[in-house]
Design a protein around this ligand. Structure first.
Ligand code: NAI
Length: 317
């Protein structure tokens, strides 16, 4: 498939995925389908993974994956279906094995599969909690681990995790989903450190898009404005050789993009070295402790600890 040199915005198409192999989980619909199509249009060979179940994760089927594979083939691209669930280690391994057996390797992994089981916390029975953690958080682990092993052999990899504004900022009725979606951020923060020496980069997208997941909560105007196609350009960049960054979180939707990050305020040292402050002294200093003036972003635990050691007057580790 040879796309035109120039795109509709008059720019040369420099981001290509020729000879690259991509896995997109949950690619039978919504955002994942668009990621798979756009990657294929730019030359990637794609594993279209989807369990094919309902929005709450119940049921399964082959139609969702197969229809996206057919769309890609109609465009002249290469793709293969995978119906495994990301929610088990065996499923994750099968998904990666499908890529290796069919196309020989894995270069790109987009962990996108997702379900919802919304309930307020008091009604959040353990099975609702577990089902959502299993797909979003365990699912990201189940596929990323075997994919990383293959990427390490090739000393190349681009991995995208999927979080949500519900996790980053909070949303009523979504404690399970928010916990899972922030869980993947903690996962990324440590995994990026282990992956970087193999030229493997891991970043996270927080999408806003009109899909099955949001069709009942978005206004009709927003549904029209928030096509998944508006999220895909950022995700494709995060999958590209051009990518420089790792360990970052990006909001994307409706043509709007921003970076989200964990910031830490300037250290407030109370009392002399070795002196334990009272709760009253802490209370008296809360305005300073809460302040984000002079805040910084740490890229690993050691850097965060070093700033505390310095303020505390401790010898650094
Ligand atoms: P969607 O419901 O259209 O697509 C999710 C796909 O994942 C479905 O095709 C489903 O069959 C598949 N899936 C579910 N469980 C699976 C499993 N165990 N194994 C393999 N596939 C499975 O939803 P949408 O909106 O496209 O969501 C994609 C991702 O984006 C999800 O992780 C979601 O949490 C996240 N997200 C979406 C937002 C939005 O505005 N649409 C907002 C924030 C996050």
């Amino acid at each position: 498939m040879t796309p035109p040199e120039m795109d509709s915005q008059g720019q040369r198409e420099t981001i290509r995925f020729d000879d690259r192999v991509a896995i997109v989980t949950g690619a039978g619909a919504g955002l994942g389908r668009v990621y798979a199509l756009e990657l294929a249009k730019r030359g990637a060979r794609v594993v279209v993974n989807d369990l094919g179940g309902a929005q709450d994760g119940t049921g399964s089927g082959t139609t969702a994956s197969d229809s996206v594979v057919a769309e890609i083939k109609d465009l002249g691209g290469e793709a293969v279906s995978s119906y495994d669930s990301v929610a088990t280690p065996e499923g994750g391994k099968n998904i990666v094995d499908t890529a290796i057996k069919t196309f020989g390797r894995v270069d790109i992994l987009i962990n996108n599969a997702g379900i919802l089981r919304d309930k307020s916390l008091l009604k959040m029975e353990p099975e609702l909690w577990k089902a959502v953690l299993e797909v979003h958080l365990n699912g990201t682990y189940n596929v990323t681990r075997p994919a990383l092993a293959n990427m390490r052999e090739n000393a190349y990899g681009r991995i995208v995790f999927t979080t949500s504004a519900a996790g980053l900022y909070g949303n009523f009725g979504q404690t399970n989903y928010s916990a899972a979606k922030m869980g993947v951020i903690g996962f990324m923060n440590s995994a990026k450190l282990e992956a970087m020496k193999y030229n493997i980069k891991i970043n996270t997208v927080a999408p806003v898009a009109a899909t099955r997941m949001t069709e009942n909560i978005m206004s009709s105007e927003r549904l029209e404005m928030a096509k998944p196609e508006f999220v895909a350009p950022l995700v494709l960049y995060l999958c590209s050789e051009h990518l420089e960054d790792t360990g970052m979180i990006f909001n994307a939707g409706m043509g709007c993009f921003s970076r989200a990050a964990v910031l830490t305020g300037a250290v407030v040292k109370i009392g002399k070295k070795g002196e334990i402050p009272t709760p009253e002294v802490v209370a008296a200093n809360m305005d300073r402790i809460k302040s984000l003036d002079g805040s910084v972003e740490f890229t690993n635990l050691r850097a965060a600890m070093a700033s505390i050691d310095e303020a505390a007057g401790a010898a650094s580790q």
